[in-house]
Structures are given as C-alpha cells and as structure tokens.
Design a protein around this ligand. Structure first.
Ligand code: NAI
Length: 297
C-alpha cells in the first residue's frame, strides 16, 4: 500500500548524518545507539552545560555496555568507546546542525507548540532531502508535522527507555508520510540494531490506550519487546480462544454497561473479522486497544 503523497524528488534516503535535538534521557540514548552503529551524530540542546552532561552520560552508558559485553575483549571495548565519542559532536545551534543532516530526530520537551516552533524553524534550514522525525510519546505526529512544508518527509520514531537496552522502535507514518520516508525510517531503525514495528497512526503502548491500524504481528512484537509480555495480545487471544474472549467481554459489559472500555465489538460478535479489544494489564494501568485487523476467522 502506498501511503500519502510522495515528493518525486525524494527517494529512500540512506541515513548517515543524524541530528538529535534534545540531549535528555531519550536524546542521549538515541545518540549513543546511532553513534555506536557508525552514524555521524550531532546532539543539540539549549546549553553547553546540558550537552556536557549528555556526553558524560553517553560515555558512562557505553562503558557499562563494554564492561558487560566486552569483558574478555578489552581492546574491542575501548575501540567502541572511542568510536562512539568520535561520532558524537554537540551544538547549541539547531539550525546550523541540521544543514548537513539526512535525519533529524526530535526528543525535546513534550509540548506541541514548542515542537511545532522548532520544526517550523528547521524546515527552512534543513536540506530538501532531510527527514524529520519526532520521538513524541503522546502527541499527534501529524499535528507536529503541520508546522512544516515537508509532510511527506515527516514521521515518528518512538524509542523506548532505556534506548540502548530496548529493542523496540515504533515507526509512525502519518497519512502524508511518503513510502520512501517510511522505508528510510524502518531501515534506519534496523541499522541501529532495533526491531521496528510499523504504526500508521499513533501506537503508544503501556501508558495510554492505543489506537492502531497495525498488523497483528507488529502489535504482538511491540507488546513482547516493548512491554516485556511473554505473549503478544493476538497470540494470547488465539490461545484463550475468541469465544472465551467474547464471553469475558460480555461479562464485564454486563457489570459495567456504561464503561466505554467494555463496549460491544460488532466485529467480534460477527466473528468474521476480529476487532480485538485487547485488554492490556500492565503495571501502570489497564487500557483497551482498538485494533482492526484483517485476521479472518
Ligand atoms: P528530557 O527532559 O530528559 O530531555 C529533554 C531535553 O530537551 C532537555 O535536555 C531539554 O533541555 C531539551 N530541550 C527542550 N527544549 C529544547 C529546544 N527547543 N531545543 C533543544 N533542546 C531542547 O526528556 P525525555 O524523557 O528525553 O523526553 C523527550 C521526548 O521523548 C518527549 O517528547 C517524550 O515524550 C519522549 N519520550 C520519552 C520517553 C521516556 O521514557 N522518557 C519514552 C519515549 C518517548
């Protein structure tokens, strides 16, 4: 399926130079992983003091990785530390940093207006081929992208914390994200050593209810790698059986008829196409995911 429109000038971009805006928890982690996989990274934040702390944090984190994974190969470990530090440069000038970038990953404060203002400025300064991505956990990527003129080269790259440890990356395409951009973001995530799952719309697991139009396989991967579930919700649904799931839903619905979480699923009732109303019991909350899948029963 081809998504959105695509700029004829833009083909799938091989990402080498990456600018990461925001050197906090997530930005520093993304910078570390991108640098250790051979990318040239510019980490941007609002002050040199913050950036110094970010780089110190990256160094400490790589050293911990090296201690674990290179205990018997100290030279290779030292090489990795040097490689990461050489591949990361810092800047307080985002406009300057994006000029040579293939990809900009934004990991600043979770505020729509601030993210929009940042991207509106960068849009005027970055080369035409540069892809913009936000690591937002809860905002609409379309809303963030709307401040730019590169809707086809804009997507979401949602990493999980701690970034060096967590294998999952959700790649989010809006209705305007081009297939080339989407493919580039998927490839980039793989080069980072991550397992990307595709999300056409926001797919944020654990804390908020998820609205997703992703494949059942991707949802299962996301829940297993991202939330540490032993089985994905679709695997579990298969295991439990759809009839049982329907009975459970009916029971909850009878107990709490006004709760939208327990609303009837027409599709599940018809048992033609499964609209799983996944109950995600996790340590933070219990939420339901409305997922339409093409799983034929
Ligand atoms: P953080 O507070 O640790 O880091 C944000 C950094 O951005 C700070 O260093 C701040 O100085 C910098 N910053 C703020 N405005 C800036 C600007 N205009 N230009 C340059 N730098 C700026 O935040 P954290 O946790 O790293 O989150 C960043 C983003 O990642 C948010 O959108 C958050 O929702 C998302 N996210 C967070 C996760 C988490 O577990 N913390 C998980 C997945 C996504």
């Amino acid at each position: 399926v081809r998504r959105g429109f695509s700029s004829s000038a833009v083909r799938s971009v091989v990402i080498k130079n990456v600018t990461i805006i925001g050197g906090g928890l997530m930005g520093a982690g993304i910078a570390q992983v991108a640098a250790s996989t051979g990318h040239s990274v510019t980490l941007v934040d609002t002050s040199d003091d913050i950036l110094k702390k970010s780089v110190k944090g990256i160094e400490g984190s790589v050293k911990r990785v090296v201690k674990k994974k290179f205990a018997d190969k100290p030279e290779a470990g030292e090489e990795l530390i040097q490689k990461v530090l050489q591949n990361v440069s810092t800047s307080t000038d985002a406009g300057l940093a994006v000029r040579g970038s293939d990809l900009v990953v934004e990991a600043i404060v979770e505020n729509l207006k601030i993210k929009q203002d940042l991207f509106a400025t960068l849009d005027k300064l970055a080369p035409a081929h540069t892809i913009f991505a936000s690591n937002t956990s809860s905002l609409s990527v379309s809303d963030i992208a709307s401040s730019t003129s590169r809707l086809d080269r804009f997507g979401g790259l949602h990493f999980f914390n701690p970034v060096p440890m967590m294998k999952l990356v959700e790649v989010i395409g809006t209705s305007a994200t081009s297939q080339e951009t989407f493919d580039s973001l998927m490839s980039f995530s793989k080069v980072l050593g991550k397992t990307p799952v595709s999300c056409k719309v926001r797919f944020t697991i654990i804390i908020v209810a998820v609205s997703c139009h992703a494949s059942k396989e991707d949802i299962d991967i996301a829940m297993k790698l991202g939330a540490g579930y032993p089985m994905g919700p679709f695997e579990l649904s298969d295991y439990v059986g759809l009839d049982t799931i329907k009975f459970i839903m009916d029971g909850w619905s009878a107990m709490d008829p006004d709760n939208p979480l327990f609303a009837q699923s027409e599709l599940l009732n018809k048992r033609r196409i499964l609209q799983v109303q996944v109950i995600m019991c996790c340590k933070f909350s219990v939420e339901r995911c409305h997922c339409e899948t093409d799983l034929m029963l």
